[in-house]
Design a protein around this ligand. Structure first.
Ligand SMILES: C[S@@+](CC[C@H](N)C(=O)[O-])C[C@H]1O[C@@H](n2cnc3c(N)ncnc32)[C@H](O)[C@@H]1O
Length: 220
């Protein structure tokens, strides 16, 4: 029995040792991943107290990150980049699923700051940042998408949803920030999306103002 255990232990150790030689490409990928993780973590750590432009709190960034990883989402859109906090969490998750984010901001100063943040976090390759009015751009964007995060002007949430829902894949989701904040525009959006038979909506009431998550269950 003891001898069998020893052989088993020796075999597992030997295979672990051989791993990188058997598939060097895999170990190269893993290294790239961990280098990026380290860079993003360092960036987030050093910027923890610097998010002062209506940015989401860290807890909400983590909710977005987990959603993308859990469902393996790859084609994401964000409305309202500001200086890029939520985009960084989204793009970090997409760096693992092999996806990309289109994020839209109307204010040039915040857009430029976001670009610098994306570069510093090492995530620029995963983000297509657009300086534009999302009222117009969401209509022009070519889908399909599997993840949307709405975090710009609250009165327009319903319109953003109407423009993007047909471009959302079944299984994808439309998320919206400040869902429990009591804003009239968001109430109207939530009433609308909850009335749709092909969407299922829940609200994640994390410590902040909440994120609504509307999964698309069917085309119609
Ligand atoms: C709440 S902040 C976004 C915070 C960001 N998601 C973050 O966590 O870092 C909302 C942003 O939406 C932008 N915004 C408002 N109306 C917009 C529009 N029509 N098109 C694009 N961006 C818009 C604002 O300029 C502002 O920077």
């Amino acid at each position: 029995m003891r001898r069998k255990l020893n052989i088993g232990f020796f075999f597992i150790s030997f295979m672990l040792f051989l791993g990188p030689f058997i598939n060097p490409a895999l170990s190269e990928e893993a290294k790239k991943d961990s280098d990026l993780d380290e860079k993003v973590r360092k960036f987030l750590e050093s910027h923890r107290d610097r998010w002062v432009d209506w940015n989401v709190p860290e807890v909400d960034g983590k909710v977005l990150y987990d959603l993308i990883i859990k469902h393996n989402y790859k084609k994401a859109v964000e409305i309202g980049t500001s200086t890029g906090h939520s985009a960084i969490w989204i793009a970090w998750a997409l760096s693992k699923t092999g996806g990309k984010l289109i994020t839209i901001e109307i204010d040039e100063g915040r857009y430029k700051e976001a670009l610098a943040n994306f570069m510093e976090a090492g995530l620029s390759d995963y983000i297509d940042a657009r300086l534009a009015d999302a009222h117009e751009l969401v209509k022009e964007l070519k889908g399909p998408f599997d993840f949307v995060f709405s975090d710009a002007d609250k009165d327009w949430y319903k319109n953003y949803f109407i423009a993007l829902a047909p471009k959302l894949e079944v299984g994808g989701c439309f998320t919206a920030h400040n869902a429990s904040g009591g804003y009239s525009g968001i109430r109207e959006f939530l009433e609308y999306v909850k009335s749709l038979p092909n969407f299922e909506t829940t609200i994640n009431r994390s410590r902040s103002a909440g994120i609504s998550i509307s999964y698309k269950k069917a085309e119609k």
